[in-house]
Design a protein around this ligand. Structure first.
Ligand SMILES: Cc1cc2nc3c(=O)[nH]c(=O)nc-3n(C[C@H](O)[C@H](O)[C@H](O)COP(=O)(O)OP(=O)(O)OC[C@H]3O[C@@H](n4cnc5c(N)ncnc54)[C@H](O)[C@@H]3O)c2cc1C
Length: 374
């Protein structure tokens, strides 16, 4: 992207409200493009405590799973997810290089969907739904017990059939956010944490005082909720466990008639197990029922998880519109990007590239038809 600071028709001084997933990514990209960026965050920029009011991005499992998510969304989400699979490796490589770290952040090892023999119909339904959303879909492979064991030797041998979704990926997302946070702190971005703001065209309002900018980008997630916007929070709960007894190369989803679970490998022999999806804006700690469902389903994936130590339980709210689809709203002096629901990492590359194209006044911003469907 060319340096735009000398082009007077483009905005020069930009404010971003919200330093979660979208806010951080946009601040990073716009700062690299030479613009003057101020980033406002209501909470701490480096939140550590679960249950503190922090970005959903920190609770997310970091899966980039267009096929698995197509089943619960639509073909547009799938297409933006395909874009994400091509985009994340570049962002991850760039951040690693800039931060001088050799630890990989993005993994293209695919994902595995399994069901216990008595729940085989759940797998069949998954395939039917996949073909309903993407009629031409051939991007998965049915796998048998031997193939499952070859892919993931530590899974219980009781799984006799599954699906290997070879193209899917996952991120070490907390590490990504942490490194991106360090990069932002060391950059020329004006960072204002513990500053809850309101937004208007060309204005950021903090503590009753308005500050003027050429352009404001609203990335406050659920913090942008107003009665008129019909934004809602959808509760999700996760368990984090640690064990050296098990190794997984990729996310594994368990299809089950009552609850569906995924387990995503993380650095340091850790795993995130998630996630409940409850129509509630309650941010209180994980319920006993949810923890029982998540942990007993995990145990059936492999009895070796029985000795895993529970090191964290987390709850957060996914920002969603009524149609559960993402949106980029454009008006003079204000861009709002929101509604990433359960697909934040899956959709962020499409949303960020779309917003950047609007900022730089490109003729046909990518994915505009999909991000402006209301
Ligand atoms: C349990 C769970 C699991 C998930 N797993 C996945 C997954 O595997 N893959 C995937 O793609 N997605 C996943 N997601 C979804 C993903 O986390 C979200 O879609 C994504 O984080 C939304 O990004 P955002 O930037 O819009 O909002 P957020 O990441 O929530 O960031 C919003 C930021 O704005 C700040 N803010 C709010 N109000 C104000 C204000 N008034 N002033 C200033 N700042 C403000 C907040 O403090 C926050 O930092 C998951 C979500 C949950 C809850």
């Amino acid at each position: 992207m060319k340096d735009s600071t000398h082009n007077t028709s483009l905005p020069h001084k930009i404010a971003i409200a919200g330093a979660g997933l979208l806010g951080r990514l946009l601040a990073w990209q716009l700062n690299k493009a030479g613009l003057e960026v101020s980033l406002f965050e209501a909470g701490s920029f480096t939140p550590t405590e679960p249950q503190s009011k922090r970005a959903a991005a920190f609770t997310a499992a970091g899966m980039v799973a267009p096929l698995s998510e197509a089943v619960v969304s639509d073909e547009g989400v799938y297409r933006m997810g395909q874009f994400a699979l091509a985009h994340w490796p570049h962002w991850a490589a760039r951040l690693s290089a800039d931060s001088n770290t050799s630890d990989p952040l993005f993994f293209s090892n695919g994902s595995l969907v399994v069901a216990h023999p008595q729940d085989a119909s759940e797998l069949e339904q998954f395939v039917r739904e996949l073909h309903f959303v993407i009629p031409e879909c051939r991007r998965y492979e049915a796998v048998n017990q031997l193939q499952i064991q070859t892919l993931e030797p530590d899974l219980s041998p009781s799984f006799q059939q599954g699906l290997f979704l070879e193209e899917e990926g996952h991120l070490h997302n907390r590490e990504f956010l942490r490194l991106l946070g360090d990069e932002i702190i060391q950059s020329t971005i004006h960072l204002r944490e513990h500053t809850a703001v309101d937004v208007a065209a060309g204005k950021i309002i903090a503590n009753g005082t308005a500050e003027t900018f050429d352009l404001v980008i609203d990335c406050r997630g659920l913090g942008a909720k107003t009665p008129a916007r019909q934004l809602r929070g959808v509760r999700g709960e996760t368990l984090h466990v640690e064990t050296s007894e098990i190794r997984l190369q990729r996310p594994v989803r368990l299809m089950h008639p009552r609850y569906q679970l995924y387990v995503v490998p993380k650095p340091g022999n850790r795993f995130i197990i998630g996630a409940t999806q409850i129509e509630s804006e309650d941010r209180s700690p994980v319920t006993l029922q949810s923890s029982l469902e998540l942990s007993s389903a995990l145990y059936t994936l492999s009895p070796a998880f029985a000795e895993a130590r529970i090191i964290e339980m987390d709850t957060n709210l996914r920002p969603a519109f009524m149609d559960n689809l993402p949106r980029v709203d454009i008006e003079d002096g204000l861009i709002s990007a929101n509604g990433l629901f359960r697909h934040g990492y899956l959709l962020a590359p499409a949303v960020v590239e779309n917003v950047l194209a609007h900022v730089f006044n490109k003729p046909e911003p990518i994915f505009s038809a999909l991000l402006n469907r209301h």
